[in-house]
Design a protein around this ligand. Sequence first.
Ligand code: PHE
Length: 365
Amino acid sequence: VAQPAAGGGTPSDANTILLGEVGSLTGAQATFGVSTRNGIELALKEANAAGGVKGKKLAVRVYDDQGKPEEAAQAVTRLITQDKVVLILGEVASSNSLAMAEKSQAAGVPMITPSSTNPSVTQKGDYIFRVCFIDPFQGFVMAKFARENLKAGQVAVLQDNKSAYSIGLKDVFTQKFAEMGGKIVATESYSQGDTDFRSQLTTIKKTKPQAIYVPGYYNDVGIIARQARELGLTVPLMGGDGWDSEKLFELAGNTLDGSYFSNHYSPDNPDPKVQKFISDYKAAYGGVPDALAALGYDAAKVAIAALERAKDLSGPSVRDAIAQTKDFPGVAGTISLDENRNAVKSAAILKIANGKTEFVTTINP
Ligand code: PHE
């Protein structure tokens, strides 16, 4: 059963507005939950230092779902029935957000996912929002990059068949790459948490791809990269936002040098508001914020601005206020929510060199 993480807030009362958060603070994708929590915490601290919202302080109750959809769903039920939060922030992994969205929508409690990109998440209903782009765009971006910049004609795909995110991204990439005149020469699958990918990689190698698309999470991708190189597959790997973690390089060493992935944000962005966020984050948590931290921060800021605008703190009022978000200056791009409650934003392509990411280009919708 999901337990409140240390430092949870006090219930909403005359002086406090309580928000809920669900994330993978432990488990295979723990950096996702920890970075997101830090970003959210930073935004709340800033808002409280500036006087709070509607004359009240903001607090957040955080539950750890260990990266599991069932735990994420239970945590939402608790946030709604016991903690009586006014809105919910989370999750990162689309499979977890899908499980949460079902419950939030049914209860009429608004939910904002910072970073889940699978289109079906916000299709769960009119209380479910996101501050990031969606995978039909992200998949297109990498297909275009593979064709136009890498000049790849033949690409293989290795997907995680336990992840709504991975399957969705594979589908779009495959379709777009073919429409652009490329050929998918192999499609292989694994299940998240697997540790031996050699048989899939051996099959892929025989088809002589010029690049391999691996739309998975960093904990698996790091091992996949290492095993691909051991088998003599030297072509670039390509991926999506799920690669974004410091831990990727701990696992992969330098085996991802020359590979590329799409992401929401680059810390190289010279925009003063981005650089201020980075230095505040470093001072508080030590380390450069990743995209999850940036999107967690943005999701909380959007929530805070909506709470301030809302005519009261009821579900429908807060939902209506979030839906009106327009030209909001986030650190991971400007946020305008469309009629499907998705943000329409540009994507960054990052290149890996010397075990680090480098900004390559931005692609606009
Ligand atoms: N977009 C991923 C998903 O929907 C989550 C993710 C976002 C991972 C950003 C890393 C960085 O599952």
